[in-house]
Design a binder for this molecule. Structure first.
Ligand code: PHE
Length: 341
């Protein structure tokens, strides 16, 4: 052991490094966790008791020498670096900090990715819409409560004259009518976007939020196709063991309509505070496109049919990340949004 220590002492004495990388390699070779010095330290256990004192001293000497030598070499570089050729005057004086994506963008992109893999393309439409595309073309009756002042933001033409024709869209289903009026089937689209509703702001409601709409139009589309797409989505988004359940529901633009629940991903279906002890979480609205909607889009419902569904991005993000207040998404508190990578 003494012989090996002496050998290393000589080696260390003669160390030379031409640049910072070489120096780092030396540091790793001698002083890192698995370096030569530590290796000897580990062997120290096996040194006979009567030699321990002498070997211990030499070993310490080696360690100190190695540290000193490497520190000395480092200093050489650092003093030499000052004013040398590769001085970069364009470099920022402060470390550049990269931002993170907003949690809603992360979740939206994830939803888009999943449906892109199933062959859906992205479609887009205006947030300031007319009544026709949001309501009439989607088979809302003239006196449907969703058109009411309580829900819809109306755009003023001038101070006295509030037009009830131009509104902020209350759902992304308006993009369905926009796409269908100028596209021949087959159609397979998803529409992510912002929607607006005149609601009191609370932990569970806001005056604006985000949806992703899906529309599939072709010949012989069945409810089974809808169910299969929804199951695949739920399992990609919330995990392979996720179960879905469809409950009968009502939307003017789909018939039959169903609300989809997923098995609670927090308690695994046993029942907890988030799923209100039911084991299920409501995720989205869906259904087979109503014959009236097909007709208004210029299709023959006897030949062409399809399914549609729409989901809230905030709701999915809240369930995925266990967020319990919707307002957090819109406050831009860095402590909140920096947590999502
Ligand atoms: N537009 C509905 C909503 O905002 C969701 C939905 C979309 C339902 C498509 C069925 C089909 O609640």
């Amino acid at each position: 052991m003494i012989a090996r220590i002496n050998e290393l002492l000589q080696e260390v004495e003669a160390l030379k490094a031409a640049n910072a990388e070489e120096l780092e390699a030396l540091r790793i070779k001698y002083l890192s966790k698995k370096g030569a010095v530590n290796e000897l330290m580990a062997d120290f256990r096996n040194v006979p008791a009567d030699q321990k004192k002498e070997v211990g001293m030499r070993l310490n000497e080696l360690k100190n020498k190695a540290q000193e030598k490497i520190a000395a070499l480092k200093e050489q570089f650092e003093s030499r670096d000052n004013g040398c050729e590769d001085l970069d005057l364009t470099r920022s004086a402060y470390p550049v900090k990269l931002g993170t994506r907003h949690p809603l963008s992360i979740v939206k992109n994830e939803i888009i990715d999943i449906f892109a893999r199933m062959g859906f393309n992205i479609a887009d439409g205006p947030e300031v819409e007319d009544d026709w595309h949001v309501f009439s073309a989607m088979n809302f009756a003239e006196d449907h409560p969703a058109r009411d002042m309580q829900d819809t933001f109306f755009i003023e033409n001038n101070a006295e004259n509030v037009s009830h024709n131009i509104i902020l869209r209350t759902h992304t289903s308006s993009v369905q009518s926009r796409v269908m009026e100028n596209t021949q089937p087959p159609i397979r689209i998803i529409c992510p976007g912002r929607v607006y509703r005149n609601e009191a702001i609370s932990y569970r409601a806001h005056a604006f939020f985000h949806q992703v709409e899906a529309l599939f139009i072709d010949r012989n589309v069945s409810f089974t196709d809808l169910k299969q797409a929804l199951l695949l989505f739920a399992q990609e988004m919330f995990g392979k063991d996720t179960k879905i359940r469809l409950r009968p529901s009502y939307f003017p633009f789909t018939e039959p309509s169903a609300e989809m629940d997923i098995s609670c991903n927090i308690c695994g279906g046993k029942g907890c505070r988030v799923c209100k002890n039911s084991g299920w979480l409501e995720i989205l609205g869906s259904g087979m496109v109503h014959p009236n909607v097909l007709r208004m889009s210029g299709y023959d419902p006897d030949k062409i049919n399809g399914y549609a569904f729409g989901m809230g991005v905030e709701r999915i993000a809240m369930l995925k990340y266990g967020i319990d207040d919707l307002r957090l998404f819109f406050e831009n508190d860095l402590r909140f949004i920096r947590q999502f990578k």
